[in-house]
Design a protein around this ligand. Structure first.
Ligand SMILES: [Zn+2]
Length: 165
């Protein structure tokens, strides 16, 4: 009985702590962005080749419960097109595997968070150098492009559309 009582008590305390965290997150977001529309990439609509599935379903539901307006955007190509010139971008950098036994065997991993645009257009702007992108920034900028295009009544931009592979 003592164990059961303690178990419930521990659960209640944890639950209350979790709720406090949730309230604080919602309040912070509201203070910072007021009535912003929160845009989430929906991995279930389509999986991007270089985008690991993110467990943000819980966060999305939580923020919706807290009264935020949530918009889901199909992630297709949002991490693999340059937001400036619209050309394909891709990871290019390798690093040693973080697992020592694999590193010892010469195993390398591709760095998925860093992408390169080698289009002539971007190279011309940068004096012949490739443009490097942080993947999360790319996705966010492309989400914004999609959102703005929808708001202007143009629909999803062609270079991010599913007609493109
Ligand atoms: Zn580019």
């Amino acid at each position: 009985m003592v164990g059961k009582y303690f178990g419930n008590f521990a659960f209640d305390a944890l639950h209350m702590q979790l709720q406090r965290h949730e309230d604080r997150l919602a309040n912070d977001l509201r203070r910072k962005f007021r009535d912003a529309v929160l845009v989430f990439g929906d991995a279930s609509i389509g999986m991007n080749k270089y985008h690991a599935p993110t467990p943000c379903l819980g966060l999305r539901d939580l923020l919706q419960r807290k009264g935020f307006e949530i918009l889901l955007v199909d992630e297709h190509l949002t991490s693999s097109r340059c937001p400036l010139c619209k050309a394909p971008i891709r990871p290019f950098k390798f690093r040693k595997s973080p697992r020592p036994w694999q590193a010892a065997n010469g195993h390398q991993r591709i760095v998925t968070g860093l992408l390169k645009c080698s289009s002539r257009e971007c190279q011309a702007i940068l004096g012949g150098r490739d443009r490097l992108w942080n993947r999360d920034l790319v996705a966010t900028m492309n989400f914004l492009a999609i959102l703005n295009a929808y708001r202007n009544g143009q629909g999803r931009p062609e270079y991010l559309s599913r007609r493109n592979v």
